[in-house]
Design a protein around this ligand. Structure first.
Ligand code: IVH
Length: 666
């Protein structure tokens, strides 16, 4: 009979292998259900045996809810960028320069995809992942190991053999198209701004403070660069194949190229074929294969001479402007939108493209009926990039931003320092009222079923619902009068509304449509304040002390509660029974540390780092990953890094130990 320890080791090994088969090879050997059973068994054993805990266990891939700021570290080798080229001729010229520099020998090159995500550096010691660091400024990056551990295709423990005891591998973290589309659908449904492209989505997801959310979003990673003192092979290509055998995802598009002709063919092929890949790419990369030649060629200050990027041209089309519409959002912001003659661009038909704001529209100098360039490069949302002046209709006039709201006729205002024009008629302008209603009932907000765009508009048009508080006095008999509803469905809708009073405070807060207060920030604000009353009494500087709350959000919250109409709605929601306080276990304990920013460093004996972080937050303080002039205290344990000590001393920031800290919050 195997001991528990042996069973744990066995299960971990098996689960790592099945993860690899599923996420890297795309060839699972067992069903999802069988996988889950093995995982559950391991979870149970680990729970019984905390002494065998291991951050690299497959059970740790789900992430945790504990938020953590990011610590920073200097890269062992700086993370440089690549020189860009935009044409086959430029790439050919680079190949010739390389050959000349290497005394006229024709060198073998490696062609690769340029993945459009966010760069990552992973450190492995004795075959185990020990650290993951973002590019940062190229010299110093953020440690994001917890989040990276959740990426199923990244090996936490290597398989096979021949890996150096200590090495670094670099690659790109990407959000595959499918996961990107799903994430954006969710964000739109929740009234949040969708990500413009998978690159931004990947970078944002990697830096989330909640690794459980990172795990859920479905990141992936491709690797393209092995670094270290004793690399196993003397060519880039062979090293990458070895890395593949240790469990890393290395793209099958990586190919050896032996001549300029082969390079050109590679470019022509992938220029179109890349559209069939599951992830976004923004170009190709060519590298000299021999490591010795790489060494001879060396680096410029910014990039290696032994590699070059070829960037795909953004896809562009010309089409005629039908008219510019001015959309009114739920917060009153007016967005100019170019309505176009439909045109095919990168596989989708484009009919509308945002012109963002007055300044951008003016800079483009768009006239009525102009012929416009539409582009869809790395950006998924099509962009107007210019006007074809030769096609301009003689005597046509420039498109003007309206002075009054296109929906309700109220004079528009533009706040100082803001790019947007706004309609201030919050409670009289239909698209704002209906937009807020739609946001209020959304799944991630109050989660009330049965009210889509049309029903929200109909409830308002019938005069039943003028603001979100009116929902709670709505009668089934009224709903029945709306087209598409019968007795049963009307009653169900009313029941759904009544049930929503149990939705937690943090989501009530998010549901209010306070500009700048997104889902994540609303959570943090709810956690830090504990109740609507406390929040309503806070000043902008006090609000800014809450993690994630910047000056714009703080001002927006204050402005919101300074408006008596908003306060009345909140009061009516309170009377209807909505949650205006956090649940007891989430209540902050005190505000002893309000306005104070802490950096935690080192190893502690009385509580864990995460416990200290939680304590700081529950007493009103803020955690940060790096020391700056804004830091008030460094909470230091054993083995605090010398660089941090020096920085704290230089800035004159008090360094306190755990006993002193515990006394502070007593
Ligand atoms: S090699 C010293 N190979 O592009 C250069 N980079 O503009 C090492 N990238 O920071 C980078 N795909 O984040 C390399 N196949 C590939 C790549 C790639 C994407 C990214 C990477 C890098 C940036 C350079």
């Amino acid at each position: 009979m195997a001991t528990d320890k042996e069973r744990i080791d066995y299960l971990r090994k098996e689960l790592h292998r099945h993860n690899y088969n599923y996420y890297v090879r795309n060839e699972p050997e067992i069903s999802d259900k069988e996988f889950d059973m093995l995982l559950k068994e391991l979870e149970a054993l680990e729970l019984q045996h905390p002494e065998y805990a291991d951050p690299n266990s497959p059970t740790q891939r789900v992430g945790s809810d504990l938020s953590s700021g990011f610590e920073q570290v200097r890269h062992i080798y700086p993370m440089l960028s690549l020189a860009n080229t935009y044409s086959i001729d430029d790439v050919d010229a680079w190949v010739r320069r390389v050959d000349d520099a290497l005394a006229g020998e024709q060198s073998t090159l490696v062609g690769e995809m340029k993945f459009d995500g966010t760069g990552i550096s992973l450190i492995y010691e004795h075959g185990r992942l020990v650290r993951a660091v973002t590019r940062g400024d190229g010299q110093v990056g953020d440690i994001v190991t917890d989040n990276v551990r959740t990426i199923r295709s990244i090996p936490l423990e290597l398989q096979g053999e021949g890996w150096p005891d200590f090495f670094e591998i670099r690659g790109e973290i990407v959000l595959p198209w499918k996961a990107f589309e799903r994430l954006n659908e969710e964000r739109i449904a929740a009234g949040e701004t969708p990500f413009a492209n998978p690159r931004n989505a990947a970078a944002g997801t990697l830096k989330l403070l909640n690794s459980a959310e990172t795990a859920r979003r479905g990141l992936d990673a491709y690797f393209y660069y092995l670094l270290g003192e004793n690399l196993p092979a003397d060519t880039h290509y062979d090293n990458m194949l070895l890395a593949k055998s240790w469990g890393f995802k290395v793209s099958d598009a990586m190919t050896l190229l032996h001549s300029i002709d082969e390079v050109d063919k590679y470019i022509t092929y992938w220029d179109t074929e890349r559209k069939n890949l599951p992830v976004a790419t923004d170009g190709l990369v060519f590298k000299v294969n021999s490591l010795r030649s790489q060494l001879n060629l060396g680096f410029t200050a910014k990039s290696p001479r032994w590699a070059v990027a070829y960037k795909f041209a953004a896809e562009r089309a010309l089409t005629r402007l039908r008219f510019v519409s001015f959309d009114v959002g739920r917060s009153g912001i007016i967005t100019p939108v170019a309505n176009l003659e439909p045109v095919l661009l990168s596989g989708t038909i484009v009919k509308r493209a945002s012109l963002h704001n007055d300044d951008i529209m003016k800079a483009l100098d768009i006239h009525e009926h102009d012929t416009l360039y539409v582009e869809k490069g790395g950006e998924i949302i099509p962009k107007i990039t210019g006007v074809e002046i030769a096609e301009r209709v003689q005597g046509s006039s420039a498109v003007e931003f309206p002075a009054v709201c296109p929906s309700c006729g109220t004079r528009l205002i533009r706040n100082e320092g803001e790019a947007a024009w706004m309609c201030p008629n919050k409670y009289g302008c239909v698209p704002q009222i209906v937009g807020r209603l739609e946001h209020f009932v959304a799944r991630r907000a109050m989660n009330i079923d049965g009210i889509g765009e049309e029903t929200a508009a109909a409830l308002h048009a019938h005069g039943y619902v003028n603001n979100i508080a009116d929902l709670y006095t709505l009668q089934a008999e009224q709903v029945e009068k709306i087209e598409g509803f019968a007795r049963k469905s009307a009653q169900r809708l009313i029941e759904g509304i009544r049930e929503s009073i149990n939705v937690p405070f943090e989501r009530v807060l998010f549901s209010l449509s306070i500009p700048y207060l997104g889902e994540t920030t609303a959570k943090k604000v709810a956690k830090a304040t504990g109740s609507m009353d406390k929040l309503m009494s806070m000043s902008a500087p006090e609000l800014e002390a809450i993690p994630d709350v910047g000056p714009s959000t703080a001002k927006s919250i204050c402005d919101f509660f300074a408006d008596p109409d908003n306060c009345m709605i909140v009061e009516r929601l309170r009377l209807s029974g909505l949650q205006m306080e956090s649940a007891a276990d989430e209540q902050p304990q005190s505000d002893t540390l309000a306005g104070k920013t802490f950096v935690i460093s080192g190893v502690f004996s009385r509580h864990s780092r995460d416990e200290y972080k939680k304590m700081i937050e529950s007493h009103g303080g803020k955690n940060s990953g790096s020391i700056s002039s804004k830091t008030n205290y460094v909470l230091a344990g054993e083995n605090m890094g010398p660089a941090k000590l020096e920085k704290a001393a230089k800035l004159g920031i008090p360094i306190i130990d755990e006993d002193t800290f515990l006394k502070m919050i007593e």
